[in-house]
Design a binder for this molecule. Structure first.
Ligand SMILES: Nc1ncnc2c1ncn2[C@@H]1O[C@H](COP(=O)(O)OP(=O)(O)OP(=O)(O)O)[C@@H](O)[C@H]1O
Ligand SMILES: [Mg+2]
Length: 510
């Protein structure tokens, strides 16, 4: 087996290991398999530090001088994997496990294509396979939580996810589990739905503020820019996106139905464990409230107000669940960001469904509403971020300053600055509500109203899932010292704790 030192050197020089792996004492190869073409697949165990016990995949080859170099994303590695997937079969590992390949037969001609991989945690490369572009995605960290290849296989041909070409996994010595290593699936041209949304919101500013550098004199909550006019302006401005957003919404509904049928295999949906989830949310909320006082950079009044609202929301939910019946669970995407929803044509990428079947743990604790909530929260971050940036540009200040000022409606700002801030944030909030109305309203409803207009029977579960997600994100933003993002969480937490549907009518505070 190649020495630990060589792999250690390779990993030390690599730019991809996450922070927790970088803090390990060492990384030890625990198994390896030859893939041909001089490439060896190493399974490496992390020793010490926060990622202790984790497994990494490191494909490597020796360079001209015999030094071990990373083969991930290299032509040799990509071609070897595609050939092995197309042929099927297994390669025994040094320790008595094996690497299992499966895929679509054929693949006569394979060649690399240029691909500008954006920010992502895994390695992706683009390949031409028999005249069609495909992506080869390789997972750096191994674990049962990597379900994407299996999900793409189960959903293959549904037209909701990219076509599955093949995948490969590691079966440890004596083991029965198959840890996903990589997948090849069709490349889908087009972009995430964040692209047209960003262009649309940015094109709203000049009409609102009277040109690239200026601001209309009128205050946002009266006169020419009052709420009714703003509402009309935003609706008209969003008109070109109304059809694509509604199409994306019904596409998402079709995806959920397809998941339910393919993964559920005809079993009735279990009940979502609302009581357990609500209790967990309550505990998390208490723990966060304890920590909140120590969160430097966030105004105490905003923290107090947000936690009061969160506490009221939990009490409201408890009453709502006591009165309501059960709530069916169902599989969902699980990691839905705006960029994972491709829109032209619609496709869903990076699926991370929490549980892949009725006999797999976690089947009951997932819901399609989770995806709608995730998109709703993504829109909240998106709109607040754009508003903070635009108002900062207009006022000539830093966007952290405008984001924090949005928490109290710019109370500490001089009148002119305050009116700019309010106008921009109010416009962004109005825009976001209209987008949510089109993208998140129940399929078949008139989605052109401001607000998602949820189905009444879904309402308590949707609110619980929203609360869970917001607390999760607030926890993350506290833990990673991100006051700018935590401010967005607080803004929206403050809108909670009101009887429905008022909870969703957040505007910049006046
Ligand atoms: N089938 C596809 N067609 C077109 N582009 C794709 C496809 N799959 C992925 N991409 C592009 O590659 C990017 C990264 O893909 P993906 O989100 O699946 O990677 P990831 O490593 O899981 O990312 P993350 O760290 O966000 O979880 C996507 O945002 C998208 O731009
Ligand atoms: Mg991912």
């Amino acid at each position: 087996m190649t020495s630990d030192t060589q792999l250690h050197e390779l990993l030390r020089g690599a730019d991809w290991p996450p922070e927790d792996v970088r803090r390990a004492d060492r990384c030890v190869p625990v198994d390896e398999a030859p893939l041909g073409s001089g490439i060896t697949l190493f399974v490496v165990s992390v020793v010490g530090g926060p990622a202790h016990g984790g497994l990494l995949l490191v494909p490597a080859r020796a360079d001209g001088s015999g030094r071990l170099v990373d083969a991930q994303g290299s032509e040799g590695f990509d071609l070897a994997c595609v050939r092995l997937m197309a042929a099927g079969g297994r390669i025994p590992t040094a320790r008595g496990g094996h690497v299992d390949f499966r895929g679509t037969a054929g693949a006569r001609a394979v060649s690399p294509l240029p691909f500008a991989q954006g920010r992502s945690s895994n390695s992706l490369s683009l390949l031409d396979i028999d005249g069609r572009p495909h992506l080869h995605k390789t997972y750096r960290s191994l674990g049962a939580e990597v379900r994407e290849p299996e999900l793409l296989r189960l959903m293959d041909g549904s037209a909701h996810t990219p076509r599955w070409f093949g995948d490969y996994g590691y079966v440890p010595p004596g083991g029965t589990e198959r840890l996903a290593l990589g997948v090849v699936y069709a490349y889908t041209p087009g972009s995430g739905i964040d692209t047209p949304l960003r262009a649309n919101l940015r094109a709203l500013w000049p009409g609102l503020t009277g040109g690239p550098g200026g601001v209309r004199e009128s205050a946002p909550s009266g006169g020419a820019c009052g709420p009714a006019r703003l509402d009309g302006l935003v609706r008209e401005h969003l008109a070109p996106l109304a059809t694509p957003l509604r199409t994306a919404r019904s596409f998402l509904g079709g995806f959920h139905e397809e998941l339910r049928v393919r993964l559920g295999r005809g079993t009735p949906p279990p009940d979502y464990p609302v009581e357990r989830a609500l209790r967990a949310a309550e505990e998390r909320c208490h723990a966060l409230a304890e920590r909140a006082g120590r969160e430097a950079g966030l105004p105490a009044a905003a923290l107090d107000s947000a936690f009061d609202s969160l506490t009221r929301e939990i009490a409201l939910l408890r009453t709502a669940f006591d009165a309501a019946g059960t709530h069916p669970a169902g599989p969902c995407h699980g990691d839905l960001h705006l960029s994972h929803l491709l829109w032209d044509p619609p496709r869903l990428i990076d699926i991370s469904t929490p549980s892949t079947g009725p006999d797999v743990p976690g089947w009951a604790e997932q819901s399609p509403l989770q995806d709608l909530v995730a998109l709703g929260r993504a829109l909240e971050y998106f709109a607040a971020d754009e508003a903070a940036y635009e108002s900062a540009r207009l006022l000539g200040v830093d966007s952290t300053e405008t984001m924090l000022a949005s928490l109290d409606g710019g109370a500490g700002l001089p009148p002119r600055e305050r009116s700019v801030l309010l106008l921009v944030f109010e416009a962004a909030d109005t825009w976001r509500r209209h987008v949510a109305g089109l993208l998140l309203a129940p399929a078949g409803s008139d989605g052109d109203r401001a607000g998602p207009g949820p189905d009444a029977s879904d309402e308590p579960l949707r609110r619980l899932l929203y609360l869970r997600r917001l607390l999760h994100e607030l926890d993350y933003n506290f833990a990673h010292a991100r006051p700018y993002h935590a401010a967005i969480d607080l803004r929206h937490a403050m809108a909670l704790g009101l009887p429905s549907p008022l909870a969703r009518t957040l505007t910049a505070r006046t």
